[in-house]
Write a protein that binds this ligand. Structure first.
Ligand code: SF4
Length: 420
């Protein structure tokens, strides 16, 4: 019997798990009003009106056609009287301060802190999802912070974070929120970064790139069959996203989670590596990360380290310059080596930086330039913003300060009393 996501959540009791919100904050911030359910909604800029008050969502390649009163696949966008709304604007259910290496970004401000957040919902249903308690939940099934973009910026500054990361679930489903956070972050010395499955349409993506410094994209396999069977998504739009990020000058790193028997075919990995080199260039950092049994793939073993090593060897021998092994703390494949003099220039142990031998983005030994964001240079960001501003205005681009509607009769929960 196939259970709906909601039934599955209830049966497995994961709803309770999802309510254990990551409260790491100081007492003053802890009073940040954690509420059960919807707090605010915001009109989506990306939909087309159809007959009988139906709409078609144009944010991601699913192009959901949604009847009045219903939601799209991601469960966080709802048709109300022929107008499409995001139900999660300013309502993150997960908020953490993470090392930026955890995203994983290995070429962005090493050892800095990333203010990381996610709302409920996702436009994929990956069988190996680590965060399925929130990615497969509706926003009324999680406890959510009332945290508008302005507050996110304040908190990021208060906690000394140099970046704000939209992560944990697919952040494009809370696009309007991420976009407005980016607009504000660009006025500060804070990077706007994301970890995404790359399943978004070109129009919204190009609009977002104006305020996006770095993207970590999951390239889950180089196979449409894998995407269809394991993620309920498609590969080709993800490849298109990677090409657009390169065109738009957004720093990009790629993550390939290697799952035994599902996507660990070394010929497929070689094909993927060659596509990356040809279309994106040899400088794009590529992370082969270790799978651990999760969610609907608990029957599989963790990825053998030798498989990851073999994949890394293929990446390097095919000409990529920065190929990493992830989720194997202490492995030499976690480190960055200068492609010119081959010396160790960033020594990592898990998410911690042990030693950094870079001078203004160059190898400290031979001066070779290493791609990445090694400092926040306002002039570079401004140049990119202006370049984007001069390009064609993308249809439906959100406007700052557009109206946010409080949700009437939103169910409220008791405040959390103890901090885990
Ligand atoms: S963003 Fe959500 S509603 Fe829109 S097309 Fe994608 S899955 Fe459907």
């Amino acid at each position: 019997m196939r259970l709906s996501r909601r039934q599955f959540l209830k049966k497995t009791g994961c709803l309770a798990a999802s309510l254990v919100s990551p409260l790491f904050f100081t007492p003053s911030v802890r009073g940040q009003l954690l509420k059960r359910g919807l707090i605010k909604i915001k009109r989506s800029p990306y939909f087309k009106s159809l007959e009988n008050k139906k709409i078609m969502c144009t944010l991601c390649p699913r192009y959901c056609v949604v009847e009045d009163g219903k939601r799209g696949y991601c469960e966080v966008r709802e048709n109300r009287g022929g107008i499409y709304y995001s139900l999660v604007y300013g309502n993150p259910c997960a908020v953490h301060i993470d090392p930026i290496e955890k995203k994983p970004f290995f070429h962005v401000l090493p050892s800095s802190k990333a203010f990381s957040l996610a709302t409920a919902g996702c436009n994929f249903d990956c069988k190996f999802c680590q965060n399925w308690e929130i990615s497969q939940a509706r926003p009324e099934e999680t406890f959510n912070y009332d945290m508008p973009p302005e507050r996110v910026i304040e908190l990021a500054k208060e906690f000394g974070c140099l970046s704000i990361a939209s992560t944990y679930v697919e952040p494009m489903i809370f696009y309007e929120y991420m976009y407005d956070i980016g607009r504000l972050a660009y006025k500060e010395d804070i990077l706007n970064i994301c970890h995404s499955n790359g399943f978004v349409n070109p129009g919204p993506l190009r609009a977002l790139c104006k305020y996006l410094d770095a993207a970590c994209i999951d390239l889950k396999a180089f196979s449409e069959g894998f995407y269809r069977d394991i993620t309920e998504g498609r590969l080709s739009p993800v490849l298109e996203t990677l090409k657009i990020l390169k065109e738009e000058g957004v720093h990009t790193e790629i993550v390939n989670l290697v799952i035994p028997t599902k996507n660990d075919d070394l010929n497929m990995i070689k094909e993927m590596v060659n596509w990356i080199k040809k279309e994106l260039g040899p400088d794009v950092p590529l992370h082969f990360t270790r799978f651990y049994p999760q969610y609907k793939l608990k029957n599989l073993p963790p990825t053998p380290v030798e498989t990851l090593e073999r994949a890394r060897e293929i990446g390097l021998s095919e000409g990529l310059k920065y190929v990493y092994i992830g989720n194997v703390p202490g492995h030499p494949g976690e480190n960055t080596y200068c492609p010119n003099c081959h010396k160790l220039i960033i020594w990592r142990l898990g998410y911690r930086i042990q030693e950094l031998k870079l001078n203004e983005g160059r190898c400290a030994y031979c001066g070779y330039p290493i791609p990445g964001i090694w400092s926040i240079e306002k002039s570079k960001r401004e140049a990119r913003r202006l370049k984007k501003a001069s390009t064609k205005r993308v249809e439906g681009m959100p406007k700052m300060g557009s109206r946010i509607r409080p949700v009437r009769n939103a169910p409220m929960a008791e405040p959390i009393k103890s901090v885990p």
